[in-house]
Design a protein around this ligand. Structure first.
Ligand SMILES: [Zn+2]
Length: 185
């Protein structure tokens, strides 16, 4: 393994994970398949990520970066983004739509947990990263119809193998924008 694990967050975070999951279900609908959250690790990797350690089991391990140490906001920002990914549980690289949704959701969790000022800071920060375009397009869709993702997932639960044409029904975006959302992040 190319990383070291510095800390294992334990039972206390199970309540947090559950609360974040329930919020994610409300925004985007439920799991594609039921998952079991085994561990949350803080590692020396550069980016947070999720792992499905066994092909035949639905267990999830979440890795967060050291930036979360001493920062409850950063902890929620990273954790809620990764938890949102588990809804789609496709075990494949995410497309821009999925990344946009996870980013949107983590900002919503910051807003609910830490207020509008911290939310604004995090949103400005996010807009300087390569998550900016997926986020802006997802915001446009959700502001137009906040049920659109639930509606879409009834047909395409994992968000995989989607095309601009499939997004047409639930989106006010241009063809170019919808095509972009279907591409690999
Ligand atoms: Zn992501």
């Amino acid at each position: 393994m190319s990383y070291s694990v510095f800390n294992i967050i334990n039972a206390k975070s199970n309540i947090q994970i559950n609360n974040i999951l329930l919020a994610a279900f409300e925004y985007f609908g439920e799991f594609t398949s039921i998952l079991e959250f085994k561990e949350v690790h803080i590692t020396d990797r550069d980016t947070p990520m999720i792992f499905y350690p066994y092909r035949d089991k639905n267990e999830v391990i979440i890795h967060l970066t050291q930036n979360v140490i001493g920062s409850p906001q950063e902890y929620i920002y990273q954790l809620s983004h990764e938890i949102a990914h588990t809804l789609f549980a496709n075990k494949e690289p995410a497309n821009n739509l999925e990344e946009g949704l996870c980013t949107y959701f983590s900002l919503e969790c910051i807003k609910k947990g830490f207020g509008i000022n911290i939310y604004n800071n995090y949103r400005c920060y996010t807009l300087l990263t390569h998550y900016a375009k997926p986020l802006i397009l997802v915001e446009k869709m959700i502001n137009w119809n906040n049920e659109c993702i639930k509606i879409f997932r009834a047909k395409y639960p994992t968000l995989k193998n989607i095309t601009a044409n499939s997004l047409k029904e639930i989106s006010i975006l241009s063809l170019e924008e919808m095509t972009y959302l279907c591409e690999k992040f």
